[in-house]
Design a protein around this ligand. Structure first.
Ligand SMILES: Nc1ncnc2c1ncn2[C@@H]1O[C@H](COP(=O)(O)OP(=O)(O)OP(=O)(O)O)[C@@H](O)[C@H]1O
Ligand SMILES: [Mg+2]
Length: 361
C-alpha cells in the first residue's frame, strides 16, 4: 500500500486535539469530564494516558471516536484527524452517524475496551463479527474476509483459529475473548488503536502477552497507540510518550524517560513517589495520593490539584488556572514551573527540583 510521507513521519501528529471539552449535563449539574485538553497523537508511537479513576481518560478516548453517551457531549474544541491521504477531518464537528465518521471509526481508528463483551456482541459467532467488520470497511468477498479473519485470530495467538471462528464469545476464556476483540479491532489495520485498560481484568501472564501483542502489531502496522492505564508498570514497559490527566485536564506531558526520571507536576510526582524504586515498579494500580479527588460537581477554583498539593501557593494556585507550558522536553501545567507568573523574588525557587523551597512560599 503506498504511504504518503505524512503517514510515516512521526513528527506530524495523526491527531491534534485542541481545547477539547466534553461535558455531562446531569440532573445534579454540569460534570466537566474533559475540560480543555490539548493532545497530539503521533504515528508509530505509543502514548499512555495516565491518571486516577474518574479523571476523564475514557471520556477523552470516547470523544475521539464520538461515542460519548448522553447526557454527555462535546461542547468545545477540536479533534483534527489527518487521514492517510492528508485530508484533515475535525472529528469533534463530524455529524454523528455520518458516513465519514463511520468509515473512520473501526476503519482508521479502532478501540478496544477493558471488557471485551462491550464490543463483541453476545449472540453472534466470533468469526462472523470479524468478517462483518472487515466487509464494512473494505471491499472484499466473504471468502477473503473469512480467510483474513482466521489469519488475524491466529496472529493474536488464538489456537485452532478456524475452530474458534465458529465459536460464540461466551465459549471463550476471558483472555481469548480479549484476543478476539483485538483481532476484530485490528482486522481493518487501523492507523490508530485506542486501548482503554485492555488488560486490567486479566491475569498477569495474559496481561503481559496481550501488551506484547499490541506492541508487536503496532510495530508491524506502524500504528499509533493510545493506551489508557492506571498501571505504572505498563507505562514503563510500553509507552513512548505519557500524558498525565487530572480532573479533565492534561497536567503533564513527557516522553517516558522524562516522566520517570524528572517528573515535574506535583501530581505526577505524587503518583511516582509512592512507587518504591525505579526498577521495582509494580503492576499494581496507582497508589493512593493524599486526599481525595474532589467531587466532579465541586471543581476547585484555579488549579484543580491545589486541594491535594503540598506546594499550593495561596493567592496564585487558587486564583488562576495553570496552562500547559513547555518545560524541558515536555510540558507541564503548574505555577511552580512557571517563572512568568510567579513573584520575581521567588523566581529561583521555581526551578524544577526545588519544590521544597517553594512550598512555604
Ligand atoms: N454517563 C455519565 N454521566 C455523568 N457523568 C459521567 C458519565 N460518564 C462519565 N462521567 C463522569 O466523567 C468523569 C470522567 O469519567 P471517565 O470514565 O472518563 O474516567 P476515567 O479516567 O476513565 O476513570 P477510570 O480509571 O475509573 O476508568 C467522571 O467524573 C465521571 O463521573
Ligand atoms: Mg475509564
Amino acid at each position: 500500500m503506498p504511504q504518503t510521507p505524512m503517514q510515516t513521519d512521526p513528527n506530524t501528529p495523526m491527531i491534534e486535539i485542541r481545547g477539547l471539552k466534553t461535558h455531562f449535563f446531569t440532573d445534579d449539574g454540569l460534570v466537566k469530564a474533559v475540560e480543555g485538553v490539548d493532545l497530539d497523537i503521533h504515528p508509530d508511537r505509543t502514548l499512555c494516558l495516565l491518571g486516577e479513576s474518574g479523571c476523564g481518560k475514557s471520556i477523552l478516548a470516547r470523544s475521539i471516536l464520538r461515542i460519548v453517551d448522553a447526557p454527555g457531549r462535546i461542547t468545545g474544541g477540536s479533534i483534527l484527524y489527518r487521514a492517510a491521504d492528508g485530508r484533515m477531518v475535525d472529528l469533534a464537528r463530524a455529524r454523528p452517524g455520518s458516513r465519514e465518521l463511520r468509515e473512520i471509526r473501526g476503519g482508521d481508528i479502532a478501540m478496544i475496551f477493558q471488557e471485551p463483551m462491550s464490543s463483541l456482541g453476545p449472540i453472534q459467532k466470533i468469526g462472523r463479527q470479524i468478517t462483518e467488520t472487515i466487509r464494512l470497511h473494505r471491499d472484499v468477498s466473504k471468502a477473503e474476509a473469512r480467510e483474513e479473519a482466521i489469519d488475524m485470530l491466529a496472529r493474536v495467538g488464538i489456537p485452532r483459529p478456524a475452530e474458534r471462528f465458529e465459536a460464540y464469545p461466551f465459549e471463550l476464556s476471558g483472555g481469548m475473548r480479549q484476543r478476539a476483540m483485538i483481532a476484530m479491532a485490528l482486522s481493518c489495520q487501523p492507523r490508530l488503536l485506542i486501548a482503554d485498560e485492555p488488560t486490567t481484568a486479566l491475569d498477569v501472564t495474559t496481561q503481559a502477552q496481550i501488551l506484547d501483542l499490541i506492541a508487536e502489531l503496532r510495530e508491524e502496522f506502524r500504528m499509533a497507540v493510545l493506551l489508557i492505564t492506571h498501571d505504572l508498570g505498563v507505562v514503563a514497559e510500553t509507552a513512548d510518550d505519557v500524558a498525565v490527566m487530572y480532573m479533565g485536564k492534561i497536567v503533564e506531558k513527557s516522553d517516558v524517560y522524562g516522566l520517570f526520571e524528572a517528573p515535574k507536576h506535583p501530581y505526577t510526582r505524587a503518583l511516582l513517589e509512592s512507587v518504591p524504586r525505579i526498577g521495582q515498579i509494580g503492576r499494581g494500580r496507582l497508589p493512593a495520593i493524599r486526599g481525595m479527588v474532589p467531587h466532579p460537581l465541586a471543581r476547585p477554583s484555579g488549579c484543580t490539584f491545589r486541594t491535594r498539593c503540598d506546594h499550593a501557593m495561596a493567592g496564585l494556585c487558587d486564583q488562576r488556572e495553570p496552562r500547559l507550558k513547555p518545560q524541558g522536553a515536555g510540558e507541564v501545567a503548574c505555577f511552580l514551573h512557571d517563572d512568568e507568573v510567579r513573584h520575581p523574588a521567588k523566581r529561583n525557587a521555581a526551578r524544577p527540583g526545588q519544590d521544597t523551597e517553594s512550598a512555604d512560599a
